[in-house]
Design a protein around this ligand. Structure first.
Ligand code: KG4
Ligand code: ZN
Length: 365
């Protein structure tokens, strides 16, 4: 039997309102028929961060338009769908509730089954959508709100090997940019500066490398940067363009070094399972950084492990990953009812203790 499944996915857990349609024919690779993302950056710009109430209202206003656009672009109607997948957490509760209520409304009106999806599972399963990789694989999620290693064994089976105990790396890039007067988001602007800087001039710390675990700490880098910036300013009454580029290069190299060394440790643990075709996959905006990517690629090559980095628009927040994760859950028999709850917190690995801090508070995953 060749079964074709078509799912609508909804995402609204932070500051992107997104809807997508994903289709899979039997065991063929899944296809993204449409992926619409409405960002809210402009709405929050004046506040220096995401304002939950503004985000929730914008999601509620945009979700139905987003769904209509996704269906139109995919060339399907609600009657062509097999189920609706929706992010049910973790995230900003008002936004998650907007998405869950929208999905319930469509499910009630059409009789379609509803599948709640963990947003982090969406990120973690993306390399299966884009590259069709098999379980188990090692996942490094590096975004503005998260930093963790997961061994993905199934659509709902994840082992967390470690993560950040304070800031996420993207957050560290954003704060660095702010301290140096560079535009947001900080990642791309710090990377551009770093490319013309000397990474050896300033020596940044390599936090937690003395510990044999897979945990990270990035908040000390920002403090180190602040100290160096203030010292130069005191000595020369200002930063030159070269000083700024050198600070960015030193900072970026420290982040890349720490990520690479900890990846080496996480790989050792994962490789002990003897996967037949070992894979390290990355997701999240920071995975776009070419210096970080190059170091991770080297670690993988040294360990005969394939490196998979999905295209950036599927690495950052989107609804195609939610539709796809929903499709995997749906195929495994999962169905949620009208009592599906919106959850602000929802660790992927329930057996792993919650980390204090672990990325930007309450916001983007
Ligand atoms: O995954 P994402 O779009 O959203 C979150 O879920 O956080 O990641 C956004 C983060 C921002 O902090 C941004 O500065 C960072 O990813 N980022 C980068 C680069 N491009 C985006 N960080 C380092 N280098 C980059 N090239
Ligand atoms: Zn996310």
């Amino acid at each position: 039997m060749t079964e074709t499944l078509t799912l609508l996915g909804l995402e609204s857990s932070c500051d992107d309102t997104a809807a997508a349609v994903v289709r899979q024919q039997a065991e063929a690779p899944a296809e993204v028929l449409a992926s619409i993302v409405f960002g809210q950056t402009e709405l929050h710009r004046a506040f220096g961060g995401v304002v939950p109430e503004i985000a929730a209202r914008a999601h509620a206003e945009k979700l139905d338009i987003c769904v209509a656009d996704a269906l139109a672009e995919a060339g399907v109607t609600l009657a062509d769908l097999d189920a609706i997948a929706v992010t049910a957490g973790p995230g900003l509760i008002g936004g998650v509730m907007s998405g869950v209520m929208c999905a319930k409304g469509i499910a009630a009106a059409t009789g379609l089954p509803l599948v709640g999806v963990n947003h982090l599972a969406g990120h973690a399963l993306t390399p299966r959508l884009t590259d069709g990789i098999a379980y188990p694989y090692l996942m490094l999620l590096v975004s503005g709100g998260h930093c963790q290693f997961l061994i993905a064994r199934g659509p709902e089976d994840f082992t967390r090997l470690g993560g950040t105990i304070d800031d996420a790396p993207g957050e560290a890039f954003d704060k660095t940019a702010r301290l140096l007067g560079l535009p947001q988001p900080g990642g791309p602007s710090v990377q551009a500066e770093a490319e013309r800087g000397d990474p050896m001039r300033f020596r940044f710390p390599r936090p937690l490398l003395d510990r044999q675990d897979c945990n990270f700490s990035f908040s000390g880098l920002k403090t180190a940067l602040l100290r160096m910036r203030d010292q130069i300013t005191a000595e020369k009454s200002g930063l030159t363009l070269q000083d700024r580029a050198d600070l960015c290069a030193g900072f970026q190299t420290a982040v890349a070094d720490v990520l690479a060394k900890k990846t080496q440790r996480a790989l050792q643990i994962y490789l002990e399972e003897n996967p037949s075709e070992p894979v390290l996959a990355v997701a999240g905006g920071v995975a776009a950084n070419s210096a970080i990517r190059a170091q991770l690629e080297t670690v993988c090559a040294e360990n005969n492990t394939r490196f998979v980095a999905p295209p950036l628009h599927l690495c950052t927040d989107n609804a195609a990953m939610i539709a796809y994760a929903g499709l995997e859950r749906f195929k495994a028999g999962a169905r949620d009812g009208m009592d599906l709850a919106a959850r602000p917190r929802w660790p992927l690995d329930q057996s792993s203790p919650a980390m204090l801090g672990s990325g930007r508070k309450g916001a983007k995953a």
